[in-house]
Design a protein around this ligand. Structure first.
Ligand SMILES: [Zn+2]
Length: 95
């Protein structure tokens, strides 16, 4: 009766995360770089440029994803964070 009982999907991605997923590795890298540089890429500008290229996104969800206030955080971005922490640890060991 409960054979198909599975935990709920907690890695629901936001719109920005789904756009990211739909891109190939090269484009993902380019977009991630833009997301990581808010001083170069204002959310509004980046959203407009993406929309012009057929990736419909608005400033709001883009900003939430950038600030890790979205549904992606529990999923792939957690791994990202761990990697970043590891890198920080490596840096402090070298110092
Ligand atoms: Zn997201």
């Amino acid at each position: 009766m409960l054979e198909d009982l599975t935990p709920p999907d907690r890695t629901r991605k936001c719109k920005m995360g789904r756009i990211m997923e739909s891109l190939d590795d090269k484009d993902q890298g380019i977009l991630q770089k833009a997301l990581d540089n808010p001083e170069v890429w204002a959310a509004k500008t980046l959203a407009r440029e993406l929309t012009m290229r057929g990736l419909s996104i608005t400033e709001g969800p883009l900003g939430l994803h950038r600030n890790k206030s979205c549904g992606c955080v529990r999923g792939c971005l957690t791994i990202f964070g761990q990697r970043r922490k590891e890198r920080l640890r490596l840096v402090s060991v070298r110092l």
